[in-house]
Write a protein that binds this ligand. Structure first.
Ligand code: ARG
Ligand code: GLU
Length: 715
């Protein structure tokens, strides 16, 4: 009884102490940690309606899409909804100058018109279990980080082997709280996922880069796919025999819309946050890493854009690449601004002062954790200039497509054996990869990237960190001449050349590749990086990981009156908060809803970012919104205080009853620092109203076949 009372006390205390809005919570712990607060904030269902392993619950309608976005099941025939920008790669792959689905949109008016997507998959989470004890059982404090990791890897392998699961299921185990806890996930992954619908980019990506990460927003950022299963409803590779998947749960859709203060939750797969860093780490991100990455991307985007605006073919080829480079580029700028404006470093220093004074109150804590912050800060100093070189390397190399070709071939030839026949077989397998690269390649554009980015590479870094071969070449030639030599003479500049070499014997393959100028330069840059930077970073990083794990353990220990949520790590999470606007600046108020009137205000005929399809304008002019409008207006987007991050794109926004009311796709500019320093006063997630989504499907595209599949409720 006493224990029971104590637990109640802890729970009560905890829920009072946890900060409203902040947090990405584990669905299986909602009942213990969050249900009470969620109900207080307006939720009308129970935690067991959200996560339940014994009967269909909301979690059974949520999938990870391709490991990078979220999608949700919205019909009993496996129809799923996600963002336009999440399905964009698929839309682009099916697009050509004749069938320009990026520009014109794509709609399947029956299942036969749906399009297959190689490599795209969705994963359901079947169950989640804590396995911390079984993972860390053989670990002690005298182990080095490497020894520790190898014990953990061994235990993970053992648990995976012993765990009872169906043959069509998979298991993965992930660390949480910087390796202080471990959870096991049983998943089911479906690999036949077909494209069903996407609006024209002028709706799905309306406002493009100018509006990206911004409120007020007017984007219909959605697309639809369908999951196919084998005849037992189990996962299967693509086959024409497959049938639409029958879900355990599909989301009901509410057309009621949201009012200020209404409860919302977002259920999905947030990728990565860093809420428990030290002030030293945040300073490094703000001063060194974000600026380095921003600079490289700025130059790369300038070059890409100059080609894309002139040539519709290049625009199609580079659209997805451009959007993804631009997306993080803009976010990092917002992040630096937000961290600066919200005084993130000072806030962390204040928090650290509290931490230090708690340590001082307990001699045991003091002796165990007393040195961590100091060590973290000296270790971050030690790694700082190396991380600049790392960011330059990571940003520059993959932007130059010929280096991606070189990378693919390098790893390929290192996997070849003595048996020529077996090698030929392997050779065939990388043809597809080579095609993928060259399908989205323009030689003149790539050469400009090569020249510009390698110039930054040598100019912005100490000599000893850059490739000796490149330095030597630069003493006799300009970067332009070096690039000309490579882009005219290298065997790696044409897919056909490479394929014909791949069709030959492996000895001459290796010889040709090794003597190629591009390959030699690529190898030299790589080796210089590994020897001068990469190896050093790896060993210091081990130390940082260890300190960070101890710091996390210490925070969990000394702030035991606070409920912590683990940083995002691409696992299933629930975040919840109320619909509300915010004050971006002094004297300025942002409303929480946008309407089609705003779409029209932004409309610029013929513009790269703000053009609109004629049909949409006609529907607006006629106020032909069907049942999706309210009082003669068509709602478009809204915001709420849900703590989301990259990966939450495509996540459902659910109302108090668990009905689908919107689709998460972005955050507001002033709050993009929320990955590092969540601030409830200005951090908002942006969702497209489900009524705008249905209006586009129904009224704009006339795809009533899809509307008929959905379950639309009154509540
Ligand atoms: N900022 C959103 C996200 O992080 C949307 C990105 C897609 N839109 C774009 N213009 N790139 O993914
Ligand atoms: N657009 C982001 C994504 O692709 C979600 C927005 C965010 O980062 O919060 O996941």
């Amino acid at each position: 009884m006493k224990k029971y009372l104590f637990q109640i006390f802890v729970l009560l205390f905890c829920s009072l102490k946890s900060i409203a809005d902040e947090g990405m919570w584990l669905p299986q712990l909602l009942q213990t940690l969050n249900e009470k607060q969620m109900k207080k904030m307006g939720m009308k269902i129970n935690a067991s309606d959200i996560y339940n392993i014994n009967k269909g619950s909301l979690k059974d309608a949520i999938v990870s899409l391709g490991g990078f976005c979220t999608a949700e099941v919205i019909s009993n025939q496996g129809l799923i909804l996600t963002n336009h920008h999440c399905g964009f790669d698929a839309v682009q792959n099916h697009s050509s100058l004749e069938h320009n689905y990026i520009r014109d949109g794509f709609w399947a008016y029956n299942k036969n018109q749906e399009l297959q997507n190689q490599g795209l998959f969705v994963s359901f989470i079947i169950s989640i279990d804590e396995v911390t004890n079984a993972i860390i059982k053989d670990i002690n404090n005298n182990m080095t980080e490497k020894e520790r990791q190898s014990v953990i890897d061994k235990n993970i392998a053992q648990i995976k082997k012993d765990y009872k699961k169906e043959t069509y299921q998979d298991i993965f185990i992930r660390p949480f709280f910087e390796g202080n806890k471990y959870f096991l996930f049983v998943t089911e992954t479906y690999k036949d996922v077909r494209l069903v619908g996407a609006p024209p980019a002028s709706i799905g990506n309306f406002g493009k880069d100018t509006d990206n990460w911004m409120w007020p927003r007017h984007t219909g950022d959605f697309s639809m796919f369908r999951i196919y299963a084998d005849k037992n409803n189990h996962p299967a590779e693509f086959s024409p025999e497959n049938i639409p998947y029958t879900p355990k749960k599909s989301l009901a859709i509410s057309l009621k819309g949201m009012k200020e203060g209404d409860f919302t939750m977002v259920f999905g797969f947030p990728g990565r946050t860093n809420e428990y860093l030290s002030a030293a780490a945040i300073k490094q991100i703000m001063m060194v890493n974000d600026p380095a990455k921003i600079k490289i991307r700025h130059e790369a985007l300038d070059i890409m854009k100059s080609f894309m605006t002139k040539d519709e073919g290049i625009k199609i080829q580079y659209a997805a690449k451009y959007a993804s480079i631009e997306n993080a580029y803009k976010k990092w700028q917002g992040e630096v601004l937000g961290l600066t404006k919200s005084n993130a470093i000072q806030k962390k220093l204040d928090y650290q002062a509290q931490f230090t004074s708690r340590l001082a109150s307990n001699p045991e804590w003091q002796s165990q954790y007393g040195k961590i912050l100091e060590e973290l800060s000296s270790t971050y100093k030690e790694i700082e200039s190396l991380t600049f070189a790392r960011d330059y390397y990571n940003e520059i190399m993959p932007k130059i497509e010929l280096f991606n070709v070189a990378a693919a071939l390098t790893s390929h030839i290192s996997n070849l054996g003595k048996d020529d026949a077996a090698n030929l077989d392997k050779n065939k397998k990388i043809n597809g990869k080579i095609d993928d690269i060259f399908n989205e390649y323009n030689a003149v554009l790539d050469q400009q990237l090569f020249e510009k980015l390698l110039t930054l590479y040598v100019n912005d870094q100490p000599k000893e960190n850059t490739s000796p071969l490149l330095q030597e070449l630069l003493t006799i030639k300009t970067i332009h001449e070096i690039a000309n030599d490579i882009y005219t003479a290298s065997v790696m500049t044409k897919a056909d050349n490479i394929k014909s070499i791949l069709a030959g014997d492996s000895k001459s393959l290796v010889d040709i590749i090794k003597n190629d100028n591009l390959f030699r330069l690529y190898t030299d840059i790589n080796e210089t990086y590994t020897n001068k930077i990469g190896n050093k970073i790896s060993s210091i990083q081990l130390n940082i990981n260890k300190l960070q794990r101890q710091y996390m353990e210490a925070q969990l220990t000394v702030f035991n009156d606070k409920v912590f949520y683990p940083d995002a790590n691409s696992t299933l999470r629930v975040t919840y908060g109320n619909v509300k606007g915010y004050q971006p600046r002094d004297g300025m108020n942002y409303d929480y809803y946008t309407y089609m009137d705003g779409v029209m205000e932004k409309y610029k005929p013929g513009d790269y970012e703000f053009d609109l399809p004629k049909k949409l304008i006609d529907l607006y002019t006629a106020k032909d919104f069907g049942r999706y409008g309210v009082d003669g207006r068509q709602p478009v987007c809204f915001i709420a205080a849900n703590h989301t991050t990259g990966g939450n794109s495509g996540s459902p926004a659910l109302d108090a009853y668990g009905n689908l009311v919107g689709l998460n796709f972005d955050r507001v500019w002033e709050g993009t620092m929320s990955d590092i320093n969540y601030d409830p006063s200005i951090c908002r997630n942006i969702m497209v109203d489900i009524r705008y989504v249905l209006f586009i499907i129904d009224k704009f595209a006339g795809a009533s076949n899809l509307i008929e599949e959905m379950k639309i409720v009154k509540k």
